[in-house]
Write a protein that binds this ligand. Structure first.
Ligand code: ATP
Ligand code: MG
Length: 448
């Protein structure tokens, strides 16, 4: 089922055609359209040189940032469109970018520089498909295949390894064996790719429905930029709690995770501290004391290496740090954890715990899942009933505490914290008068 080309794209193509140039939609948008999926962005290519493209669109605002590479960005009402002159890439000497690009007269040469056959198709104004490398057949067979010699293509640009795996994860396509073998042979090419680019591809990959299978098939790729993963990939764990080794456990957990990048990163990294904290007792059983703490440290370094933003780093590290903490299924304990983490993190933690349990695949799992469900229900109840679990909810504030005679300064925060503690534990009701009375009692008994 072909999605129609947007009106604006048709207008750009027909304008260029009208001026005597070839022009096509190309790459991802053609792939997605042929898959019957709405394209995210429409990239266009043309035989017109950049200046010629500009003069075809006199009234249109253009961005010239990509001009050196032949790209003119047209800013139209419905969005912006990159129009790139047919080009061939010169030699690659840095393993990432061509040393030079040359404008070329023919579409086929432009398609030849693209990474995968499914990404190397063009569509003309009338919906005609130009497909010199068998992209449609590969699409039909759900296959990812490099255009040309895969070794050479990966050696030109290491980012292509990650792109290939990303598409395998998101499209759930198989990597054709020669392409897969070349990918594994060219892992060192990843060293030339900027951390931000790896991060961007990894994030898309992890959100893919097939990410666990890709990680299972190609762990060495991930260990190349995250060497801290390697010991987890081979980790055996002899405990009654686990059916699988560290890596399989992680992948089963990952496959159960919702489509949320923070959570998927947390699931992927939650046990990364296990290899470094493994001990084996006399009965031959393995233990991993302190693995969450060690894992949090490793996760921090790994996320930092890929230049994840601070908010993502902090959240993932916090989740890894706490993934193993026992939480009692009582209102009191749930209030305490809600207060400590805040609702959003608390629910994420429960989700991580759920995935972790699913990845254990042992008879105790249903019980563990039921426990997590109870925690979730309790938390909803606590929140829905407006129960107090944070200073914000407390029926008194700093002004009240000062008015009760507590001296300004850190003592105010301490007093509020103590009151909150007692409210969470149920020792005091969250009522203004009761809290003020407690404060006064407290102040009266305090030595001055
Ligand atoms: P997405 O759906 O994420 O946009 P995409 O395939 O469109 O996927 P883009 O980064 O938008 O990816 O690139 C557009 C097109 O440019 C690709 O379809 C491909 O033809 C080509 N391309 C992009 N990156 C590379 C690369 N590293 N090597 C070769 N060709 C590439
Ligand atoms: Mg795209």
């Amino acid at each position: 089922m072909t999605q129609p080309m947007p009106q604006e794209v048709r207008w750009v193509l027909s304008t260029l055609n009208g001026a005597g140039f070839e022009a096509y939609a190309v790459g991802g948008c053609v792939r997605d359209t042929l898959r019957g999926v709405a394209a995210q962005d429409w990239d266009l290519c043309t035989s017109a040189l950049p200046q010629q493209v500009r003069s075809c669109f006199p009234g249109v605002r253009v961005l010239e940032t990509g001009l050196r590479h032949g790209t003119v960005t047209l800013r139209l009402e419905g969005g912006q469109y990159e129009v790139t002159t047919f080009r061939a890439d010169g030699p690659y000497s840095d393993g990432r970018r061509p040393d030079s690009v040359a404008f070329v007269p023919h579409l086929a040469e432009d398609l030849a520089r693209r990474d995968l056959t499914v990404n190397a198709m063009a569509m003309d104004l009338h919906g005609g498909i130009h497909d010199p490398f068998g992209g449609q057949a590969d699409l039909a067979n759900r296959t990812l295949r490099c255009v040309g010699d895969p070794d050479r293509r990966f050696q030109e640009d290491g980012l292509r390894l990650m792109r290939c795996l990303r598409f395998a994860a998101t499209l759930n396509y198989a990597i054709e064996p020669r392409t897969a073998a070349a990918l594994e042979r060219n892992l060192p090419m990843l060293d030339h790719v900027a951390a931000e680019r790896i991060q961007a591809e990894l994030s898309k990959l992890l959100l893919g429905g097939n990410c666990a299978a890709v990680l299972r098939e190609h762990p060495a790729v991930f260990c190349r930029f995250w060497p801290q993963l390697a010991p987890l990939v081979t980790l055996e764990q002899r405990t009654p709690w686990h059916r699988w080794g560290g890596w399989e456990h992680t992948l089963h957990a990952l496959a159960a995770a919702p489509e949320d990048l923070t959570l998927r990163l947390a699931v992927l990294l939650h046990d990364v501290g296990k290899p470094g904290s493994k001990t084996t007792d006399q009965a031959g059983q393995d233990h991993f004391y302190g693995h969450a703490k060690l894992g949090a440290q490793l996760a921090q370094a790994m996320l930092q290496a890929l230049k994840y933003d601070n908010a993502t780093q902090q959240r993932v590290v916090l989740l890894v740090r706490r993934h193993d903490v026992p939480i009692e299924d009582t209102e009191k304990s749930v209030r305490r954890w809600l207060g400590r983490l805040g609702p959003e993190v608390f629910f994420q933690l429960l989700e991580l715990k759920r995935c972790d349990a699913i990845g254990q695949d042992r008879p105790h799992v249903p019980q563990r899942l039921a426990h997590i469900q109870r925690l979730r229900d309790l938390a909803r109840q606590v929140i829905d009933q407006g129960q107090c679990f944070s200073l914000r909810d407390l029926a008194v504030d700093g002004r009240d505490v000062l008015a009760a005679g507590v001296p300004a300064g850190p003592a105010v925060g301490r007093a509020l914290g103590e009151l909150l503690d007692q409210v969470i534990s149920g020792a005091l009701p969250n009522e203004r008068q009761a809290l003020l009375d407690a404060l006064r009692r407290e102040e009266a008994s305090e030595p001055s």
